[in-house]
Design a protein around this ligand. Structure first.
Ligand code: SR1
Ligand code: MG
Length: 429
């Protein structure tokens, strides 16, 4: 499946057709008439080209990394090696969480190109949520994905040697980590050329972020945790734009930011993006009854994502932790079992605190940093958008600064609910 010959070149439609036509397995999958294949570029992410290719027998999705950040242009170069890390992590995730990532069909290292199963009729979850759609499979699938990928790549499940080999395999993905370090943990809290927000309404909040030293300490602690805590293999960018869904299926895509980092970063990403969808909901045109039902579902989903993730993670741990951490020989007998169970609970409490902090950081970056999300961006009226964003930021600030006020997930959803109709000062003007 993997290939490595040839030099990198960007494959636009004609060149892509020629390239795919030279791959016998793909020709079998698509149909024997390459001239009749339809090829459409559909990439709406920030970094890559994505094509949907359809023939008379079937279809595939083709992703090619560009040597620069697509969102910004050639002035921001970015290593092609991210395609290698994405392929490597998708392979690992397929093994650990079967059926929850797209099947891999072909990979070419030199072209930074990966061919995957075409997910149809799946849509990007964020788009579905902007339209007010509820996804009944989501909680079970995403919590299985996170519990299994995080647990089985951690020291709870691996020997020290295996774990260190895993860290080494992804250590080269530092350019993608640096994007996160800058865009999430640094830029929103300082003057940075690429920052933007809904001005003039959020000008004062943006200035507060730059001025608040307690916040600078809190975000720097989170940054340090992100940089220096290789707990498990993370997806690294697990927002609702990296998840494709139907009513009955969930697929996690786009793990090009994968590396060994703190587990709470992935879990926090999921929760932050649900909470942003919750606050954005008030800004979208919806019938009141539909809105209430959607928002209730989102908050219920936030609660279940944490509780189900924690339950599944603990079940895996209790069922047999073969890793070098917490050696069984130190926890023998009834006394040992009771102490280990208490320690598991303490571990999850720490992971929850990390999750709350990372969720806050993920929220603030989408409102003041370079890359925003359509949950808010599609609210056309800027004042209305800013009101939704200000509510999300108020919650995020509290989550980052008052960690003790959020000991449980119900404290997070309770605070979100209270902010649902909160009016920032500028709303009156
Ligand atoms: C320059 S890349 C901006 C963002 O896009 C990706 O989806 C990541 O979230 C990254 O931070
Ligand atoms: Mg992405």
């Amino acid at each position: 499946m993997a290939e490595g010959q040839g030099d990198y070149r960007i494959l636009h439609e004609a060149a892509l057709r020629d390239y795919l036509a030279e791959q016998p397995d793909l020709v079998t999958l698509l149909g024997a008439e390459p001239v009749s294949w339809s090829i459409t570029e559909v990439g709406d992410g920030n970094l890559n080209l994505v094509f949907i290719v359809k023939g008379d027998r079937g279809g595939v999705a083709v992703k090619q990394a560009l040597p620069y950040v697509r969102l910004v242009g050639e002035s921001w170069p970015l290593p092609l090696s991210r395609a290698h890390y994405e392929y490597l992590s998708l392979s690992k995730q397929a093994q650990l969480a079967p059926g929850l990532v797209p099947a891999l069909r072909h990979h070419n290292e030199a072209l930074a190109l990966t061919v995957m199963e075409l997910l149809e009729p799946h849509i990007i979850m964020r788009k579905g949520m902007v339209a007010g759609t509820q996804y009944p499979r989501f909680v079970d699938d995403i919590t299985t994905f996170m519990a299994r990928t995080l647990f089985f790549t951690s020291d709870l499940a691996l020997s020290a040697a295996e774990k260190k080999q895993g860290i080494a395999a992804f250590a080269g993905n530092h350019a993608l980590c640096k994007i996160t370090e800058d865009l999430i943990f640094t830029d929103p809290y300082r003057i940075a050329e690429q920052n933007r927000w809904t001005a003039p309404y959020l000008d004062a909040l943006a200035a507060d972020l730059r001025d608040d030293m307690d916040l600078h300490v809190a975000i720097s602690r989170l940054k340090l945790k992100f940089m220096a805590s290789p707990e498990a293999l993370l997806h690294g960018d697990l927002h609702t734009g990296s998840i494709m869904v139907t009513d009955s299926q969930t697929r996690v895509i786009d793990p090009e930011f994968a590396f060994y980092g703190p587990m709470g970063f992935d879990v926090g990403a999921v929760l932050a993006n649900l909470l942003m969808a919750y606050f954005a909901s008030a800004g979208h045109e919806r019938l009141p009854g539909e809105r209430r039902a959607f928002e209730a579902w989102v908050l219920e989903t936030v609660e279940q994502v944490w509780t189900e993730f924690a339950r599944k993670f603990l079940d895996l741990w209790r069922a047999g932790a073969a890793g070098d951490a917490y050696p069984a020989s130190l926890f023998a007998g009834e006394k040992g079992a009771a102490r280990l169970e208490a320690e598991r609970q303490a571990y999850m409490q720490r992971l929850f605190a990390d999750t709350v902090g990372f969720a806050a950081a993920k929220t603030i970056r989408r409102i003041f940093g370079l890359a925003h999300n359509i949950d808010f961006e599609l609210i056309e009226d800027p004042k209305r958008r800013a009101i939704s964003e200000a509510r999300a930021v108020r919650l995020a600030r509290a989550m980052m600064l008052e960690a003790g006020a959020f000991p449980t997930i119900a404290d997070v959803t309770g605070a979100a609910r209270k902010l649902r109709d909160w009016q920032p000062e500028f709303a009156a003007g």
